[in-house]
Design a protein around this ligand. Structure first.
Ligand SMILES: Nc1ncnc2c1ncn2[C@@H]1O[C@H](COP(=O)(O)OP(=O)(O)OP(=O)(O)O)[C@@H](O)[C@H]1O
Ligand SMILES: C[C@H](N)[C@H](N)CCCCCC(=O)O
Ligand SMILES: [Mg+2]
Length: 226
């Protein structure tokens, strides 16, 4: 089996990295070889080895196939702001980012998890957005919904855009990032009734977020054809 997924979110900070690492752990447990990529990361620390982003390090660690950091995160931008702004005078190009991903994907694995940056329509340059990456790679999308007031609108607009952009929505995940959200179950049900894609699970609020605990909340049979 060889399958790739682009992990999109309703926004930044909604749990994309938690879901990405949870999916990697889950597929590892099922005996699949996995690779996690964060092609564009805005918000990096300078280290003796160069710029390092926490999401990319988590994906690198959760994957079963060892890859050099530069393959996991080819575009590392220092400032934690929108990628096209963090890039400054260096122009980001969706085709170049896709080419980096294709290079990393020459490394053999069964599952490739590619985490986006921010939400679906985050700009890469004047013309292109993050959405152009899964389009160029021609891979299905998993939508991560951060459960908070306002997420119904964000989730439905994003699911609609993914389909209008001609991409397949392979499934969606509800992440409880706000422990005090009112009517959580009713909100999840409202999305189940309206998002035309499989519901892969609800990751509960955790005082100390753990990819393994999150993995236990996900059902990926729909994804791996099992
Ligand atoms: N279920 C949860 N319970 C508690 N905290 C959570 C949960 N899911 C995510 N978080 C926390 O919310 C924050 C944002 O999550 P995460 O980093 O996965 O978001 P993201 O969508 O990947 O953001 P970015 O756009 O920066 O990549 C993190 O501090 C994470 O630990
Ligand atoms: C810095 C942050 N954690 C992400 N990497 C980038 C989020 C960009 C969001 C841009 C926006 O939609 O306004
Ligand atoms: Mg992230």
């Amino acid at each position: 089996m060889k399958q790739s997924f682009f992990i999109a979110g309703t926004d930044t900070g909604v749990g994309k990295t938690l879901v990405s690492t949870a999916l990697l752990r889950l597929f590892n447990q099922q005996g699949y070889a996995t690779i996690g990529l964060k092609p564009v990361a805005a918000g990096c620390e300078m280290t003796p080895e160069g710029l390092r982003n926490d999401d990319a390090l988590q994906l690198q660690k959760a994957a079963s196939v060892e890859l050099d950091y530069d393959l996991v995160n080819p575009v590392a931008l220092a400032q934690p702001i929108a990628p096209h702004l963090a890039a400054g005078f260096k122009m980001l190009s969706a085709e170049r980012i896709a080419a980096f991903c294709r290079g990393a994907m020459l490394h053999d694995a069964n599952i490739y998890i590619i985490e986006g940056a921010g939400g679906w329509r985050v700009p890469l340059n004047r013309r292109e957005t993050m959405a152009d990456l899964p389009r160029l790679l021609d891979i299905p999308v998993i939508l991560v919904v951060g459960m908070k007031l306002g997420c119904l609108n964000h989730a439905l607009l994003t699911a609609e855009s993914i389909r209008r952009d001609g991409l397949q929505l392979a499934g969606w995940v509800a992440v409880e990032t706000d422990a005090s959200m009112l009517a959580l179950d009713e909100n999840i049900r409202s999305l189940q009734e309206r998002i035309p894609a499989p519901f892969l699970g609800h990751i509960p609020y955790m005082d100390v977020p753990s990819a393994d605990v999150a993995a236990a909340s996900l059902k990926v049979d729909y994804l791996s054809g099992g």
